[in-house]
Design a protein around this ligand. Structure first.
Ligand code: PLP
Length: 422
């Protein structure tokens, strides 16, 4: 049955049969029982034919994977214990020591650390490009050993918008996939596969979960990238760690996501617990309706902040004044609930403002059901000097405001009180 997003959020991935539970059951078991050794052997030969161990797959987690794949329009998905694990495995699935990757510079700070330092130690070099790089600048970043291009739909915390179609075109010209982190947009606001992206990843800890109850991630495969053109022998040639299987020959358009599970999940073991997937599913059930409200509330807050004499600048791609407004109009059904803004008076004014908020909570989180706020200069980026902060595009007066689902009048009243305290 063809379903729209609101319906997929509720029904994709789990359809109870006669007499079965209405709600997705938590299958709290590490293992699965078979009648004969031959049956278990058959699953070892082809683990996607059945369940053998909950480090590879679990029915509760698989239902959530199917729901997210349906929302993104992919052929398959694999959940991980965190967004970081999803990013790491999405890269390692097609890169090895001696390879390089090209990534947009405006991405989540944790991903920058992973790419610039940890991947480097593993022998994978990352070349960073500006999100607004021209086609030629982008092409110039590629080397013969480059295996992928990476960017975020709406970047955390820069809130830049990726020109997915243009980046996908260049990636394909270079015969590599485009991997998009779609965390802030979610498939409700943007479906990167519709614009040519090949792999999507998420930190499900953000809007997908939405309630700040579990950390998780997911990798989704569009099934559209042709891995057989020569750059990816690990997908086409026999895998000696899996009795000589060729992923493209055996699994066709699911080669990438099956390899991620059979090889990397087997070896790295970062599969989520059934209970975490159950909680994630509860968040996903309301994702479509929540996203609409986050966007509506955030747009009102962004306009309010833009009109305040205490605010120097508002960064929100839904505002016509934003340099990425045209891209936001093209790619997004809403600009999410996250806003960055710069308060006049720099760091001391930002600290005073933060302390004067009552409803918005001061915490290291974003994209939650409750409004929350963070001061990058004194929190996530506190080790940097003012000069280093400026180089990273972070102003001492900058505040990241994640608009929640409280009544908009209450959110505005809280902001008003805090701004008047300055
Ligand atoms: N990607 C983005 C855009 C994020 O904002 C984050 C975390 O904030 C991550 C990835 C990492 O996800 P996690 O914290 O679930 O490991």
């Amino acid at each position: 049955m063809r379903m729209k997003d609101e319906t997929k959020c509720l029904h994709a991935g789990y359809t109870p049969k006669n007499g079965e539970p209405r709600v997705l059951p938590i299958v709290q078991s590490t293992t699965y029982v078979y009648e004969s050794a031959a049956q278990v052997a058959e699953i070892f030969d082809d683990p996607i034919k059945g369940l053998c161990y909950s480090r590879f797959a679990n029915p509760t987690v698989m239902a959530v994977e199917e729901k997210i794949a349906a929302l993104e329009g992919g052929v398959g998905a694999m959940c991980t214990t965190s967004g970081q694990a999803a990013t790491l495995l999405s890269i390692l699935n097609i890169c090895r020591a001696g390879d390089s990757i090209v990534s947009v510079a405006q991405i989540y700070g944790g991903t920058i650390n992973l790419f610039a330092f940890t991947l480097k130690k593993l022998g994978i070099e990352c070349i960073f490009v500006d999100v607004d790089a021209t086609d030629d600048e982008l092409r110039a970043a590629f080397r013969p050993n480059t295996k992928l291009l990476f960017g975020e739909t709406i970047a955390n915390p820069a809130l830049t918008v990726l020109d997915i179609e243009r980046f996908a075109k260049i990636a394909h010209e270079m015969e590599v996939p485009l991997i998009v982190d779609n965390t802030f947009a979610t498939p409700v606001l943007c479906k990167p596969f519709d614009f040519g992206a090949d792999i999507v990843i998420h930190s499900t800890s953000k809007y997908m979960d939405g309630h700040a109850v579990q950390v998780g991630g997911v990798i989704v495969d569009s099934g559209k990238f042709d891995w057989t053109r020569g750059k990816f022998p690990e997908l086409t040639q026999p895998d000696e760690s899996y009795h000589g299987i060729s992923y493209t020959e055996s699994y066709g358009d699911m080669a990438y996501i099956v390899k991620a599970r059979m090889q990397l999940m087997r070896d790295f073991g970062v599969y989520p617990a059934a209970h975490s997937a159950f909680l994630l599913n509860l968040g996903l059930e309301t994702l479509a309706v929540r996203m609409k409200q986050y966007c509506e509330n955030a747009m009102t807050v962004a306009k309010y902040l833009e009109s305040s004499p205490m605010v120097e600048k508002v960064i929100y791609p839904g505002l016509p004044s934003n340099p990425h407004y045209a891209l936001a109009q093209k790619y997004l059904k809403g600009a999410s609930g996250v806003i960055s803004f710069i308060i006049k008076g720099g760091r001391p004014a930002a600290a005073k403002f933060m302390d004067a908020l009552h409803l918005a909570s001061n915490e290291v989180h974003v994209a939650d059901i409750r409004t929350c706020v963070l001061h990058p200069a004194s929190e996530t980026h506190r080790q940097l000097t003012d000069e280093q902060l400026a180089a990273a595009g972070i102003n001492g007066g900058m505040i990241r405001f994640s608009v929640g689902l409280e009544n908009i009048d209450d959110i505005l009243a809280d902001l008003d009180t805090a701004l008047k305290s300055l």
